[in-house]
Design a protein around this ligand. Structure first.
Ligand SMILES: NC(=O)c1ccc[n+]([C@@H]2O[C@H](COP(=O)([O-])OP(=O)(O)OC[C@H]3O[C@@H](n4cnc5c(N)ncnc54)[C@H](OP(=O)(O)O)[C@@H]3O)[C@@H](O)[C@H]2O)c1
Length: 299
């Protein structure tokens, strides 16, 4: 898709991390951006940056777990700009809990933001894009939508659902001129790792990575193949490129992750063997944190 001053891009989760970086990066292309998330002040700060880049952003505070607010977001966009070309479904949140400690409420909330919201936001956007005969729905899932991580099963399962959502959507969009793409990043340097519900999963994983090196040495195992952390700006750069040139495949942003996803698909056990030092490290840290009370026990 060509990006011009007429192009309208809606971004959920635009108040921080990848969403905020995408807002700035798309604004640099001279397109119109619509910024959605719950924290109004943070959205206004991002809108200020977009204005300094010459843009005229529309801020629509939205909780994407509320279907009515999602319909309002799309309605306000079309009222204001008269069209909608790109929808970046980026809002998301992780969780920290073992399978047995995941409460029904946590499971619901994590699915609501990472999976159900995809229907809530995308459904009202589709008739508009189909009538235009042009549009692109992007979903930021994760490599957690392609393989497993420990102690955040609700998030991992919801991101697998996000990958499935895009696969089904693409099958419905044949011949409409509307594209749909799922993007599967590995670790990105944002607030995600400390914003996780139930405790800071990012800090647990950082400690697990440190331990995994000792464990690998002690057991004479190779280091777990953990991808390098990228910046939100690097992901945003890729997103602009994807809108310009829609890909034919699910998108992996981090070097080596597509190969790992294929390995997990074809040889699950071999994949798990490679990850073993990391999984054992995570197990040690989780158990210590549970004993120390750093992770609350499920009631
Ligand atoms: N960082 C990583 O390592 C990583 C890796 C793979 C995939 N991802 C995915 O990338 C996406 C962006 O995450 P990030 O890394 O940029 O993390 P982040 O900095 O924590 O940003 C998450 C965004 O989602 C928004 N959000 C959360 N709940 C929401 C709700 N109910 N309604 C509306 N907005 C909501 C937050 O805004 P408010 O709190 O203001 O609502 C925030 O803007 C997420 O889908 C995440 O799962 C991240």
């Amino acid at each position: 898709m060509e990006l011009t001053s007429e192009t309208v891009v809606v971004i959920t989760g635009a108040s921080s991390g990848i969403g905020a970086a995408a807002a700035r990066r798309f604004a640099r292309e001279g397109v119109q951006v619509v910024l959605a998330a719950r924290r109004r002040e943070r959205l206004e700060a991002v809108a200020g940056e977009v204005r300094r880049l010459g843009g005229t952003p529309l801020v629509v505070p939205t909780d994407v777990t509320d279907p009515q607010e999602c319909r309002r977001l799309i309605g306000r966009t079309v009222e204001h700009f008269g069209r909608l070309d790109v929808l970046l479904n980026n809002a998301g949140r992780g969780n920290l809990a073992s399978v047995e400690e995941t409460t029904p409420e946590q499971l619901w909330r994590i699915f609501a933001v990472n999976a159900f919201a995809l229907w809530y936001v995308t459904a009202p956007a589709l008739p508009i894009m189909k009538a235009q005969g042009r549009g692109h729905i992007l979903v930021i899932a994760s490599v957690a939508g392609k393989w497993g991580y420990p102690y955040n099963s609700a998030y991992v399962a919801a991101k697998h659902a996000a990958v499935g959502f895009v696969a089904a959507l693409r099958a419905e969009l044949i011949g409409t001129g509307v594209e749909a793409t799922v993007v599967c990043p590995a670790a990105v340097d944002t607030e995600w790792g400390i914003a996780t519900e139930g405790g800071p999963l990012g800090l647990l994983f950082e400690e697990a990575v440190r331990r995994s090196r000792q464990i690998a040495r002690q057991r004479a195992l190779p280091l777990a193949p953990l991808p390098k952390v990228l910046s939100a700006d690097e992901i945003a750069e890729r997103l602009v490129e994807l809108v310009r040139h829609p890909p034919r495949t699910d998108v992996f942003t981090h070097a080596g992750t597509e190969e790992l996803a294929l390995l997990a698909l074809r040889h699950r056990r071999m994949f798990e063997q490679q990850m073993l030092p990391f999984y054992l490290g995570a197990q040690q840290v989780y158990e210590e944190w549970r004993r120390d009370g750093r992770i609350p026990k499920a009631s």
